[in-house]
Design a protein around this ligand. Structure first.
Ligand code: RIB
Length: 296
């Protein structure tokens, strides 16, 4: 029980704090630089491990300083890195993040993440086939995501697909995933021109739409229902969705009800945005439990 395998990206986040975003052709002075651990895959792995899941990370890093820092950080978070492959001819993934005017904007350079292919998945299959849940996001090649979703479905292994960043995936294989957790923007990329509520209702029990500080929306018994989020003062919302996914996943593999697991994920996300950096504020199980007790 409690074993989660994350197959996804590992990035080093290069975070710039500034009062505003420069317009095209403009140069401005920023305020601070932070080098922080990130990548949607690694973030979700760390979020799940912090709250007590037994996590294996499958992915690729470059043979460089950032890659080594990422491997060490995962180990320090008690994550199994036996299937984290170091590649010699490519750089570690980086994300270039501007924090300004209360929000972030991000450019991701995939680097080694673009090399997470079928052979990397096959190499980790002995861990994957023992997983209670496999988590995957859109920062590795779409063809690999399709391979993971199809192969896990054939082997009766549950998959949580977080389709971020936004991409148009083929519903034929995408809907083989057990859970799909887009935000509203990602949902419209998946089902162009369709209404959010109707799409969620048409995939009740599968699609969980994340709605920022509002919480998350699900379909149940023909009705759209929101499990509310928690109101906190944010410092940095980077990685909030990843924290939700990791904490929700851990609660689900621990046998919690859907409602309890969603509330747990919302609480973890609210706690995580109170620190700078995607992983810095990710809470422990004790912190989430205390927060939920305070907000009962
Ligand atoms: O979801 C947040 C993450 O997206 C950041 O950590 C950054 O690495 C980008 O991948």
């Amino acid at each position: 029980m409690n074993h989660i395998v994350v197959i996804g990206s590992c990035n080093m986040d290069i975070v710039v704090l500034a009062d505003k975003r420069p317009v095209a052709g403009e140069t401005i002075l920023g305020n601070e630089l932070h080098i922080a651990h990130g990548g949607k895959g690694a973030n979700q792995a760390v979020a799940a491990a912090r709250v007590g899941a037994n996590v294996t990370m499958v992915g690729c890093i470059g043979n460089d300083a950032y890659g080594e820092m990422i491997r060490t950080n995962l180990i320090n978070n008690h994550i199994n890195v036996d299937y984290l492959v170091t590649l010699d001819d490519v750089t570690t993934g980086t994300a270039h993040i501007t924090l300004a005017e209360g929000d972030n904007s991000i450019i991701v350079i995939p680097g080694a993440n673009a090399r997470v292919d079928e052979s990397i998945v096959d190499n980790a299959w002995s861990a994957i086939e023992q997983a209670d849940l496999v988590m995957v996001q859109n920062e590795i090649p779409i063809s690999t995501i399709e391979y993971i979703v199809r192969r896990c479905a054939a082997a009766n292994i549950k998959v949580l697909l977080n389709p971020a960043p936004a991409a148009n995936l083929d519903p034929q294989w995408m809907e083989l995933a057990t859970y799909i957790t887009p935000n509203e923007h990602e949902l419209s990329a998946l089902y162009p021109g369709q209404d959010t509520t109707e799409t969620v209702l048409a995939h009740s029990g599968k699609i969980i739409v994340t709605l920022g500080k509002q919480g998350v929306g699900i379909g149940e018994n023909g009705a759209f229902r929101i499990i509310p989020g928690f109101s906190v003062t944010p410092v940095d919302t980077t990685g909030a969705g990843d924290t939700f996914n990791g904490a929700f996943a851990k609660a689900i593999v621990n046998g919690e009800s859907l409602d309890n697991a969603l509330r747990y994920g919302n609480a973890a996300a609210a706690l995580s945005i109170q620190a700078l950096g995607a992983q810095e504020g990710m809470p422990t199980h004790a912190a989430v439990t205390a927060f939920l007790a305070e907000h009962a």
